[in-house]
Design a protein around this ligand. Structure first.
Ligand code: OGA
Ligand code: MN
Length: 197
């Protein structure tokens, strides 16, 4: 998942200093995930997103998602590999932060043209188990006119802003406010959360 010889330590340090970090992801590997996501889309495994199981008005969020079930015996090879790698990263995060990062959950997300996700936090008072959010982008080309940027805020100021181009993983504190601006091109990603049990 990470390019060979990636030393995680400086990235973890940066995450703890800044509340977010961008990690490099192997493009070949991310492409395999994109194809796996497309196969799932074709076989109708995606559904309209909900927020904590309440079906949402499309005024707030409009992507379609497909959860990756670690107990699924039919996982694609790249999916099995990413779950393994995300678990290794979980151990690194747990040891580095000495935090109760016990598990993670993840899903693919597809935003079609006109889809977006308004400003939100990934934790609420009902769901406060998430500690760190991550997004792995799966789009081989992306132009500014395609929209679909992730913008995160701290104290009403932009903390970081990024397009969803393949080759990167964003990792950030789940209590940061963030949004996905309107997409004008189909946008693929794999999103997840490191969390308490
Ligand atoms: C989310 C989210 C950001 C992105 O799914 O909760 O904020 O860039 N995703 O896809
Ligand atoms: Mn979010």
């Amino acid at each position: 998942m990470f390019p060979s010889n990636t030393n995680l330590a400086p990235y973890l340090e940066s995450l703890s200093q800044n509340q977010w970090v961008q990690l490099p992801i192997s493009i070949d590997f991310a492409l395999k995930l994109k194809y796996a996501a497309q196969r799932r889309f074709t076989t109708k495994q995606f559904r309209d997103s909900t927020i904590f199981d309440i079906k949402l008005s499309s005024q707030y969020r409009r992507d379609k998602i497909c959860w990756i079930d670690p107990s699924d015996v039919n996982l694609d090879e790249a999916e099995a590999e990413i779950l393994k790698n995300l678990d290794v990263l979980k151990e690194n995060l747990r040891l580095f932060f000495r935090a109760p990062i016990q598990t993670f959950e993840s899903h693919y997300a597809i935003y079609e043209p006109q889809d977006f996700y308004a400003k939100h936090k990934d934790i609420t008072t009902q769901n406060n188990k998430r500690l760190l959010s991550f997004v792995i982008y799966l789009n081989e080309s992306w132009n500014p006119s395609d929209g679909g940027e992730l913008i995160a805020y701290h104290d009403q100021q932009i903390l970081f802003q990024t397009n969803p181009l393949i080759g990167k993983m964003l990792l950030f504190n789940s209590d940061l406010e963030h949004e996905v601006t309107t997409c004008y091109s189909t946008r693929y990603s794999l999103t997840g959360w490191y969390r308490k049990l």
